[in-house]
Design a protein around this ligand. Structure first.
Ligand code: UT7
Length: 329
């Protein structure tokens, strides 16, 4: 019998109904559909609208759908980890609010704040509870409501991001299917290039921070772009080397959806064919912790049992990494 792995046994995504097109953004900031499409690959993104709706409401949709699809009763869930930077509140965490909203009374939960790499951090962490034999049903959620921290007068950020995400169920597998290996990295010095300055203990929210727009996301796009290409390419190579694999062994490469040019640059750096690279950025934009589970959900029908899937991400922190898994169904 091989070592126990944590296998993804189901995935369910959710995006809000409201579609914000590039044409709508043209009416809000000085930009064009042509610029956004050619520089980022994005045609439209979703925006959560509605009084009182927040991250946990999207999370509830994802987790309820996941539990129904996998035939799991809410009370069977033992742990839920939610990767997000746009939780309902600074505290308490959104994981526990989601558990409450889906009526999962026997679980505990916590949030992970690793921006666009959050889903990989959460997936890797959750897998350890399964591998160690501690738990048998762990839910990993990756979602963001980026519209809640976007400045819709800043054309360098508001055109990229959107709202959405997904959830996966992790269960033990003794037959070699599941999460095999991850290389995760961080460099806190990157905080200067991608952040939200106010609202924490460094700069508690005040009239001045609001007037300065410090409650919005700030990004130095060109710098982040370069680090992102390098970080994702290097960690994919690290994972391949550690597992005595070659790029030809990868069935699907699923990169964080931040910019089609970043995705193409990573594929180029690895000399990897774009036909095997999963892309849905045109529909949803960059949903931060939501992009990877949204890709798994969108392309679930194309995956076959035993496919070697490489997930890779880069984001605020800086945080980055790659995870290799064998698809289990
Ligand atoms: O997901 C977490 C990590 N984030 C990322 O990975 C994002 C990484 N960065 C990027 O994707 C890109 O840097 C952006 C999409 C953010 C920006 O694209 P870029 O090709 O790097 O543009 P740039 O910032 O170098 O700006 C080029 C020009 C500038 O004009 P000048 O100075 O050359 O006259 C900008 O003012 O494009 C201008 N520009 C725009 N023009 C029309 C910037 N945003 C826009 C816009 N529409 N929305």
């Amino acid at each position: 019998m091989s070592k126990t792995l944590a296998a993804i046994t189901g995935v369910h995504g959710y995006v809000p109904d409201y579609i914000m097109t590039n044409a709508e953004l043209e009416t809000m900031v000085e930009t064009t559909d042509e610029w956004i499409t050619s520089r980022t690959g994005i045609k439209e993104r979703r925006v959560l609208k509605g009084e009182g709706l927040a991250a946990s409401d999207m999370g509830k949709e994802m987790v309820q759908g996941l539990l129904e699809k996998t035939g799991t009763a809410p009370e069977e869930v033992e742990l839920l980890i939610c990767a997000t930077i746009t939780g309902d509140r600074v505290f308490p965490d959104t994981a526990n609010t989601i558990l409450d909203k889906v009526n999962a009374k026997n679980a505990f939960g916590y949030d992970i704040n690793a921006a666009c790499s959050g889903f990989l951090y959460a997936l890797t962490t959750g897998a350890k509870f399964i591998e160690s034999g501690t738990y048998k049903k762990v839910v990993i959620v990756g979602l963001d409501v980026m519209s809640s921290i976007l400045d819709y007068t800043d054309r360098s950020t508001c055109i990229i991001f959107g709202d959405g995400g997904g959830a996966v169920l992790l269960e033990p597998n003794e037959d070699g299917f599941g999460i095999v290996d991850s290389v995760l990295k961080a460099d806190g010095n990157g905080r200067q290039y991608l952040n939200m300055e106010a609202g924490g203990s460094l700069k508690p929210t005040s009239a001045e921070t609001v007037a300065n727009g410090e409650h919005f996301i700030h990004q130095e796009g060109r710098t982040v772009f370069k680090y992102a290409v390098r970080g994702m390419s290097e960690t994919i190579k690290d994972v391949l080397d550690r597992n005595n694999m070659d790029k030809g062994d990868i069935s699907w490469l699923i990169p964080h959806q931040a910019n089609i040019r970043i995705i193409q640059s990573v594929a180029n750096a690895l000399d990897f064919p774009m036909e095997k690279v999963i892309v849905n950025i045109e529909k949803y934009g960059n949903t931060t912790a939501g992009t990877l589970p949204l890709c798994l959900w969108d392309f679930e029908d194309q995956f076959k049992k035993g496919d070697n899937i490489m997930l890779t991400a880069f984001g605020g922190g800086f945080t980055w990494g790659s995870t290799y898994l064998k698809w289990a169904y």
